[in-house]
Design a protein around this ligand. Sequence first.
Ligand code: PMP
Length: 348
Amino acid sequence: MTQRTPAELPRDGFDTIPIYRTGAAVEVNLADNTNLWGTPPHAAAALRAGLDVAEYPDLYGQSLKETVAAQAGIAPSCVVTGNGSDDILDCAIRAFAAQGDTIAHPDPTFVMLPVFGRINGVTPVAVPLTASHTMDVDALLATGARIIYLCQPNNPTGTSTPAADIRRVIAEAPGLVILDEAYVEFSGDPGLIAEAPSLGRVVVARTLSKAYGLAGLRVGYGVASPEITATIERSRGPYKLNALAERAAVAAMTLDHDWVVARAAEAVVNRDRVAAELATRGLVALPSATNFLCVPTARAVEYAEAARARGIGIRAFASLPGIGGALRITAGPWAMMERLLAAMDTVR
Ligand code: PMP
């Protein structure tokens, strides 16, 4: 029997799947859209209170399911938990599309989405945003894809698509709709988790990595009908949510709720304030419904390098489809925004 060489061992074509990388560590990270006020106080206390991890965590994160369910006014069986919302997206794609099927997504959107498709053998179909940078719902529906991914509000543009358009995709899609609400807490819109269980073909993905300040713990969840959540749990498998993460997540969603809401409001105020400051420098951001700004500029790489030289990380996109060069900047405490503006001013 001939043996494969080590280079021949992986699945065919798997070596073309990109590995996600971010820039080197910086003092002030405005590149990942996290909560720049830090870890919520009660979640931090919950972590310090007990490091008893000799036993396995709950199989499917029952206490987090119950917390989400109580707040959304739905049944715990309508919630699936995961190791970040990345895990929800990955597991949903694997469960609802077979190798060779397609997943349609807006372009640009969350960079990992097409990668999660390809990892699972599912072909991503990129659908350009409209001229006003909203999702082109007619074109997404016209793909007839097995899964349609929607990101509301969208990363990296920060833009929001009319709610009626989102509802129309859910009503008319031939297969599953994944509605990614990673930034919903900054949008002024309650999102669709309360309704998702009765809408039939949708799973709404949420994360505790952004407004909730727990990116390091990796917690996300999905809300859908019990049939859909059970299907996603088949591909998820047990023990994905570790015990510390589950405890801190429940504390963040309950005891820290007001703190989280107040910080999200502050992020929105500072986002608009920094947008106005950038505009006086000729850097005009797209309208944002998130905790970040997308700023089209042909000199994106230059600005990001200038920020890095001053210990600040911002995300530079050399060329976004339909937009061109752009910066993505997370809104945080005003002192951080002042440092950013001073760094921007070094670019002449
Ligand atoms: N969806 C969107 C739109 C995101 O921007 C991110 C994080 N960058 C995620 C999902 C994944 O978040 P996490 O896995 O940390 O929950």
